[in-house]
Design a protein. Structure first.
Length: 108
């Protein structure tokens, strides 16, 4: 594994700090978790979960979430946001889909 990973933001010329090896490994673990979750929930295309430190900078007062959209098996897009949601484990497909599109509308 490379010591430094160039993220998509950097490829587009946007400023971003390089990811550490721990962040890369954490991202792979989160991706594997999403893959397993969608395999266990074949009728779903959206998932809401907490984001980890390896995915985004965490906020001291707010929780950071990720809404994962499965475009097709093996291909996923993630949208991140901060908030104070109490229950996320039982978010329905419709709730997760609505959150994904709301986040994407604010940050195209």
């Amino acid at each position: 594994m490379n010591e430094q990973f160039i993220c998509p933001m950097q490829r587009r010329g946007l400023q971003s700090d390089p990811l550490s090896v721990a962040q890369i490994r954490g991202g792979v673990k989160a991706s594997d978790g999403d893959r397993a979750w969608f395999a266990a929930h074949p009728g779903r295309n959206y998932r809401l979960r907490r984001a980890g430190f390896h995915q985004v900078a965490l906020h001291p007062d707010l929780l950071t979430f990720v809404v994962v959209k499965q475009v097709r098996p093996g291909a996923r897009v993630r949208a991140y946001f901060r908030g104070r949601l109490a229950q996320i484990d039982d978010a329905s497909e419709a709730q997760a889909q609505r959150l994904f599109h709301d986040v994407m509308a604010h940050y195209p």
